[in-house]
Design a protein around this ligand. Structure first.
Ligand code: TEU
Ligand code: CA
Length: 563
């Protein structure tokens, strides 16, 4: 397998609005990040992925961009950004920027021009269609509720928006649009950034004709994913992007690609002609929902360990030597990992460490989302008025206000799944507003900040933070953690997730007890070894313990080197 710095790296995602506020306006900003770089250096991460900081009217917190070459005023200036890049590089931390080019804000000058008239030179930058029988051009449903089409009075046509109506989809069929995107990518790359995370990049090619989605219920709008996810020209467009831009730079590129299979991921990331370093897959994000696609945050279902094993093992094996995995359990769109896959009650610390062990021991590049390293949890606001996420707010409006659903039935789903779970302010200390701001935060802090915060973590040698620090260091020192092949053990065990990683003669054994029980671990007899040395664990372990038979404690995680 080819070596690459981005395979060996650990990435930390910053959601700038919620990270650290330097000037008391309640909104995190670039100078806030600058003040916390030593914290990240201490943690040991190699790369920061910065969620969008470009100029934006913030209909979707920066994922609606009105100027690709400028910084959102609330976050600072381009000079602040230049300083941030330099200070990161001075600390050996690389910077990956978010690239949001499936759509722009409706306030972007291209769109402002495009809506002027049907013969405007920018008309074809977007997807405009006449209505059909006085209704939308097709029946697709937006990720953020309602139709994907917005009627525009000025020219009497509709434009396509897979997300909010202030996020108009760019028309990638138009070579001028593609040229503009490549230009702006070069503009940032030439400033010295180290890569891009590409927002919903597998939605840029839509099926010609934009056909209706099959009607599966009497709902007015239908999930049309099969007509815009992994569309017919996706690989062609990304191949062109690779030739024109990506191949000229030594960068990390990660595509955000809902609905990809491992085979799609191989096509996108293989070393011969794959355009990207890696992609974010979503199968494990859909395990606790009744449906995937745009529905994964509309229901809660109990997930089984067997399902997690099945998904992760398939991705590990199908990409081995063929592509490269990105490993994540949460991000700014997802619930908090410890609440979702672990335990945010009595075993919060143990569970957070177990999940960290999991993400750092799988084959692939690990991603840490801000606050994950101190075990931040989901939040449960009592009132819908405290939610800020457009997806949650629109869903509540659709289901409760329009369709009459009992709000008490919906709130538990929102508590479990809202994207705002990940967006409450970073908990720095136990002072007012968790030390995030001296003003009023744009979204309420999680009330558990007096107990869960970075100051507490830094003062406790047994904290989740230092456990992450150790994992990151171990990953740097042990190539087997990066490049070793993965083999599942105890396939059918309902509580224990165990696997080995093997690189030449070096082999690691990973034992994870995914629950509050105390199951017996029995090492499969075909695993032969001379000595077993403990690499890391989240409980105290006696060095004399015989690893062939263990009784595990709740959420216990151990990694051994088998000699
Ligand atoms: O997210 C795409 C997105 O909405 C996914 O979370 C999707 O809903 C899910 O995978 C379906 O299974 C990206 C950004 O991360 C998000 O913050 C933006 O709101 C969205 O694109 C629009 O730019
Ligand atoms: Ca601020």
């Amino acid at each position: 397998m080819k070596k690459a710095w981005w395979k060996e790296a650990v990435v930390y995602q910053i959601y700038p609005r919620s990270f650290y506020d330097s000037n008391g306006d309640g909104i995190g900003d670039l100078r806030g990040i600058l003040q916390k770089l030593d914290y990240l250096k201490d943690l040991g991460v190699d790369v920061v992925w910065l969620s969008p900081v470009y100029q934006s009217p913030n209909d979707d917190n920066g994922y609606d961009i009105s100027d690709y070459r400028n910084i959102m005023a609330e976050f600072g200036t381009l000079a602040d950004w230049e300083e941030l890049l330099a200070e990161m590089h001075a600390r050996g931390i690389r910077l990956v920027m978010d690239l949001v080019v499936n759509h722009t804000s409706d306030e972007h000058p291209w769109f402002v021009a495009s809506r002027q008239s049907q013969d405007n030179p920018y008309r074809d930058y977007y997807v405009w269609r006449p209505g059909r029988d006085g209704r939308e051009p097709n029946n697709w449903r937006s990720f953020f509720s309602g139709s994907t089409w917005q009627y525009d009075d000025a020219t009497g046509e509709y434009y396509l928006h897979l997300f909010s109506k202030k996020q108009a989809d760019l028309n990638w069929e138009n070579p001028k649009v593609r040229g503009e995107v490549y230009d702006l990518m070069r503009w940032w790359l030439d400033k010295g950034i180290d890569g891009f995370r590409m927002d919903v990049i597998n939605m840029i090619s839509k099926t010609p004709g934009l056909p209706d989605a099959p009607a599966t219920s009497d709902a007015r709008y239908q999930w049309g994913g099969e007509y815009f996810i992994n569309g017919p020209r996706l690989l062609e467009f990304l191949g062109e992007m690779r030739r024109e831009v990506l191949s000229q730079y030594d960068i990390l590129t990660v595509g955000e690609t809902p609905g990809v299979s491992p085979q799609d991921a191989v096509a996108l990331t293989n070393e011969d002609d794959g355009a990207l370093s890696m992609v974010f897959q979503f199968e494990h994000m859909d395990l606790d929902a009744d449906q995937g696609g745009d529905g994964s945050r509309r229901s809660v279902r109990r997930w089984q360990l067997s399902e997690l094993k099945e998904v992760m093992t398939r991705w590990q094996k199908d990409l081995e030597g063929q592509g490269w995995n990105s490993i994540y359990l949460t991000n700014h769109d997802q619930p908090r990992a410890v609440s979702r896959f672990g335990d945010d009650g009595a075993y919060r610390v143990e569970a957070a460490k177990l999940l960290a062990t999991f993400t750092h021991l799988l084959q692939g590049t690990p991603y840490i989302y801000q606050g994950e390293e101190i075990g931040m949890t989901n939040v449960a606001f009592i009132s819908i008025d405290d939610y800020r996420d457009i997806e949650t707010v629109n869903m509540y409006h659709e289901l409760v206000v329009e369709q009459g659903m009992d709000p008490l039935a919906l709130l538990p789903v929102i508590h479990a799944k809202s994207r705002d779970n990940a967006r409450t302010p970073f908990q720095w200390d136990d002072s007012a507003q968790a030390g995030f701001t001296t003003g009023t935060p744009w979204i309420k802090v999680n009330p558990n900040y007096p107990a869960i915060n970075a100051r507490q973590a830094l003062a406790d040698p047994n904290s989740i933070f230092y456990y992450y620090q150790k994992l990151i260091r171990l990953r740097r020192e042990n190539p087997v953690m990066v490049y070793g092949s993965y083999d599942l053990l105890l396939d059918d065990h309902p509580e224990i997730y165990a696997f080995t990683r093997t690189l030449d003669s070096d082999r690691l054994l990973v034992i994870l007890n995914f629950g509050q029980g105390t199951p017996e671990f029995a090492l499969p007899t075909d695993i032969s070894y001379g000595a077993a040395a403990l690499l890391i664990s989240n409980y105290a372990v006696a060095p004399t313990e015989d690893i062939r038979h263990l009784t595990l404690r709740p959420y216990e995680a151990r990694v051994y080197r088998l000699g």
